[in-house]
Write a protein that binds this ligand. Sequence first.
Ligand SMILES: [Zn+2]
Length: 448
Amino acid sequence: MGHRASLHLGTAAPTRAMLHADVETLPREQLADLQLQRLRATVADAYRHVPLHRARLDAAGIAPEDIRSLDDVAHLPFTQKSDLRDHYPFGLFARPVDQLARLHASSGTTGVPTVVGYTAGDLSRWADLMARSLACAGARRGDIVHNAYGYGLFTGGLGVHSGAERLGAVVVPVSGGSTERQVQLLVDFRSRVLCSTPSYALTIAEVAERLGVDLRASALEVGLFGAEPWSAGMRSEIESRLGLHAVDIYGLSEIMGPGVACECAARNGLHGWEDHFLFEVIDPASGEPLPEGEAGELVITTLTKEALPMLRYRTRDITRLASGRCDCGRTHQRILRITGRNDDMLIIRGVNVYPSQLEAALIGRPGIAPYYQLVVERRGTLDHVGVEVEAQAGIAAEAHAAIASDVAHHIKSMIGITTEVRVRATGEIPRSEGKAVRVRDLRPKVPV
Ligand SMILES: [Zn+2]
């Protein structure tokens, strides 16, 4: 252990080298030139090979040659998740399926999966970007990387896996589940890097504590957490219990998978890799582009994807962009931490609320553990939010009422909404082994 003894705080930012320093620090004018050249090629390719894009561009009266500046992207039609479902399985691909190297899919709530495809070149660029993200977070060649993202059709597991291999790290493809064994392997293999959802990182911490294993004393130094929105409170909770430096990573299958953007040591937003993607923020209601710094829906256009080029894909994620100088020296735009998904937004008596805001208000309140569930119901014409929290171990049942009242008051003062808080006994809130399910929406479904 030696040098680790003084690192028990665990949150000191590891020194990190840029993997692609030339492109990561490219002056913004040169980055813009590169983006324009790649945008024109992507639009031309999508027009030529994807009937949906061609029909929409024709309807909008736009020819690929009309793209003369990056601002012209605002004239392109949007693409959304329903387009992938409507053209299931391969209708949006720009290459014949026999020229692809891999397919991934995610199960949608409506039953029709979203299918994405990659050429060998796409997979190689994905590995590059994921390796760049890992390095940006503080991982290095030779590190043992414990990859607890789910393997399979979900892009998380294999995406991180290929990036870690490309970096020259040693991957442990453990996937989700069997948490006791994961704790054992983390210790025995001396893993320096943990990749998982933030909620699963907390599950690992809890199981380790139950087993009497102090992961703060392990070799873990860096955590890359993503695939669900998480709060600053959750970050400090994970850091203090696992003894590592926790970094936010962003990606989505429709665009590539993990590695679209990643935080650097400054942790002041996630650098979105602009040599491969064009980022915009729009007003989700009107579709109009918003000035930099204003909060709205993140829209991404791919610039190098061959199998599945995406024009102005509406991510449903709500965020802000910043392109000012970053302390790390990278010039790529920063996506400020995702507040939540438009789909997850709750309108509670006229107030827009994201589950992550409730999380921010909950984590760290005295007497409660960092596990929660939101139950949304319709009572009459109004939405009603029940918040189920869990008492910390050793808290007597008689104290539950006072804790519930404290939490409800705190939520009211932080967010301005009235909630009904129930304190459950230790262990009663389900634990995450992947993406956490934290909202139970019992409101009647509006027929589509
Ligand atoms: Zn930076």
